[in-house]
Write a protein that binds this ligand. Sequence first.
Ligand code: NAD
Ligand code: GLY
Length: 374
Amino acid sequence: MNTAIDNPSNNGSLRTLTIDLGERSYPIYIGRNILEASLLAKHLGKGRVLVVSNETVAPLLRPSLDAMLSGRDYNVLQLPDGEIHKNLDILNEIYSFLLAHNYDRSCTLIACGGGVVGDITGFAAATYQRGVNYIQIPTTLLAQVDSSVGGKTAVNHALGKNMIGAFYQPLCVISDTAVLESLPPRELSAGLAEVIKYGLIRDSGFTQWLEDNIGALLAREHGALVHAIEHSCRTKAAIVASDEREQGIRALLNLGHTFGHAIETHTGYSSWLHGEAVGAGMAMAAEFSRRRGWLKIEDVMRTRGLIRAAQLPLAPPAGMTADNFLKHMQRDKKVQNGRIRLVLLKAIGDAVITDEYPAELLREFLQSATAPAQ
Ligand code: NAD
Ligand code: GLY
């Protein structure tokens, strides 16, 4: 993985990281006002283009998309907005559009939106005519720091989150920080959950930086946002380059997600944002790590303090029970031989994937975590 400043025409503000995957390596471009035709042209072939976006993002970015694609044969498909639409029915709408408009194998799909649009478009690209090119233009903080990078694509099933998908890498990722200005505050906080994750799993220094700069991030200060995005992408790039298909270390990127995905599935993908579920899930993982005998109470308090400061929830939804959690957690993709493997913390910056805990300890923990507040 390497970092370089390129494109002097952008006043040196365009940063390029590379995901190092041999012949499937690709760049992540990060900068402000970088949605330019010249950048996209480096990666587009001669084939037709389908931009997949949604009803919220497409109107905001249509002028930039039209300018970037000027002179090309392209369409923009607007999906309905929301996690609840990340499913096989909407995926089929993408296939139907491609077929009805005679898109052939030389086409490129461009995902322009948050993680929902990115995940479903990536899966459409992985499977349409056995695989066509795709490019990610992530427009949420969460998508810029996490979901657009690393090639995980998926749709949800009513019985489980991201249960149908593929590993399929894009040609490039273009993260323009200017697009984050229109992001609702709740979505900004959801993105911060994944940023906090990188510090907790790998980097206590970055966690300290986040504690010092969480206010600047919530205020969308440009320098703080760029640092958080670049650091997050660099961490993810290194992990993905060493374990693309999650045979080992990549599972650490799921800190809080086993609890979080259970919350999302239980609530029908409709009321909790993914990042909010991950925030509460990381608070739960920290407390369970303490009960397992690993994380110190001071570090649990630091973890909870940071999640709270990012304006994320710390507790699961009211009314969700230990049995609700266990039902969904049993279907997690990390389950092996019936054992729920969890990402736990030994210290801030030191995460492990493990099934070495007594099953009864997990049940007792879930019972206390879901007990109504006195
Ligand atoms: P999202 O895609 O639903 O976007 C959040 C909301 O913000 C939506 O309403 C969207 O329309 C809106 N929005 C997007 N960009 C905007 C902008 N610039 N201005 C105003 N509004 C904008 O949610 P998300 O948090 O981006 O992504 C969550 C999804 O990502 C989940 O499905 C999760 O499973 C997935 N994910 C995938 C990976 C991966 O590795 N593939 C990693 C993390 C999360
Ligand atoms: N967000 C988890 C991963 O990309 O592996």
